[in-house]
Design a protein around this ligand. Structure first.
Ligand SMILES: Cc1cc2nc3c(=O)[nH]c(=O)nc-3n(C[C@H](O)[C@H](O)[C@H](O)COP(=O)(O)O)c2cc1C
Length: 359
């Protein structure tokens, strides 16, 4: 086989992946806006991709406050647990594995995207200097409320119950979204955290919220079913830190101490930080690399032990049968950018064609 490394199995914490092709987490904004729930649409979408070594879902908010974008799904109510069960069952029917990515947006979001009476909670009352998509066009981000100590406790508890729900719903693991300027990254970065209590100031303090969240999730799932998503130096959503290399080295060491199953690192050349090398240096668990890989480069990076698995994002949107296409070196369907987010239901979501059945 051409890409033998990509198609070899991988032990990753408590999981055993049958290949090293991971579907990257991707917000597609097709959940039900009225109740943050998934439906038959997501059952089909993830089910179509169930032969991946592992699927990481789109960002899923652990509480109504954690929602920032339009039509994103949650996992904070019994009806969410039930609806996600149908998704995980479908993926398991295909012999696959699926992790739920927990994403609390914190200060990133807009009232037009969120439910009524929800709040923008953040380490400090500083707005992200960036705009966000709403159904009324791009809008500036609001000024968030600085969280009290009691609110920090309560958000940590929200993550814990979301992790418990994820297991009840049949997810094989949970990935904590700690990239792209969302709540955990807001605590981590000096540009968004001006607190002068035990959650702000020095690096240990800025790491505290993430450590508490990871410990809370671990209590439910065990460390072998937790992954951590990072993107050191990525300025998305006004994520600004004085020394990202040092900050992320410390975060990776924390992940290592906690014995997490994997780190899922976005490599981003423009940051000047080699996030894959940094992860390897400080974290001894499995490493999933992400960003602009094709099958050949992925196979080579695995062969050279620079990563253990590779996730594919945009290629997976347009190619539900990516695992088969790579295996036979078939051309990939082109991505239709117009339907990446909130297209008309199934259009651009579950209607990309597979290769015709062989024989
Ligand atoms: C439409 C879209 C939505 C995304 N949403 C998320 C998300 O919810 N959580 C996350 O961690 N990364 C998200 N990402 C980043 C991807 O997981 C991935 O890192 C990125 O697309 C680069 O990989 P690729 O070159 O294979 O597409 C998103 C990317 C795209 C294109």
């Amino acid at each position: 086989m051409k890409y033998a490394h990509l198609y070899s199995p991988l032990e990753m914490g408590d999981l055993r992946l049958r290949n090293r092709i991971v579907m990257a987490p991707m917000t597609r904004s097709r959940a039900q806006q009225v109740d943050d729930n998934v439906s038959e649409l997501q059952v089909n979408y993830y089910g179509q991709r169930g032969d991946a070594g592992l699927i990481v879902t789109e960002g899923v908010h652990p509480s109504a406050d954690g929602k920032g974008y339009n039509r994103t799904p949650g996992i904070y109510d019994d009806m969410h647990t039930a609806a996600w069960s149908a998704v995980t069952n479908k993926v398991h029917d295909r012999g696959g594995l699926i992790a739920c990515q927990l994403m609390h947006c914190g200060r990133v979001g807009h009232a037009l995207n969120k439910g009524q009476n929800t709040r923008f909670l953040a380490p400090s009352a500083l707005p992200a200097k960036a705009e966000i998509f709403t159904e009324s066009g791009m809008m500036p981000m609001p000024v968030p409320e600085a969280m009290t100590l009691a609110e920090i406790k309560s958000v940590v508890a929200d993550y814990q119950s979301a992790a418990a729900r994820a297991l009840q719903a049949g997810f094989d693991a949970v990935e904590l979204h700690c990239a792209s300027g969302y709540l955990p990254a807001q605590f981590l970065a000096t540009g968004s955290n001006l607190r002068d209590d035990q959650y702000g100031g020095n690096l240990d303090n800025r790491l505290r919220f993430i450590e508490e969240v990871l410990q809370a999730i671990k209590f439910e799932t065990g460390a072998g079913r937790i992954g951590l998503r990072i993107s050191p130096g990525n300025p998305y959503n006004d994520h600004v830190d004085g020394n990202p290399k040092e900050t992320y080295a410390a975060l990776l060491q924390l992940a290592n101490r906690l014995g997490l199953a994997w780190v899922h690192a976005i490599r981003m050349a423009s940051t000047g930080i080699d996030s894959l090398a940094l992860s390897r240096e400080h974290f001894t668990g499995a490493l999933i690399g992400s960003d602009s890989f094709d099958a050949g480069e992925a196979d080579q990076f695995i062969a050279e032990h620079r990563v253990d698995a590779v996730s594919f994002g945009r290629a997976y949107i347009a190619n539900p049968d990516l695992v088969t296409r790579f295996a036979v070196d078939a051309p990939l369907n082109a991505l239709d950018k117009r339907t990446i987010y909130a297209g008309e239901g199934a259009g651009g979501y579950t209607d990309y064609p597979c290769l015709p059945e062989a024989g």
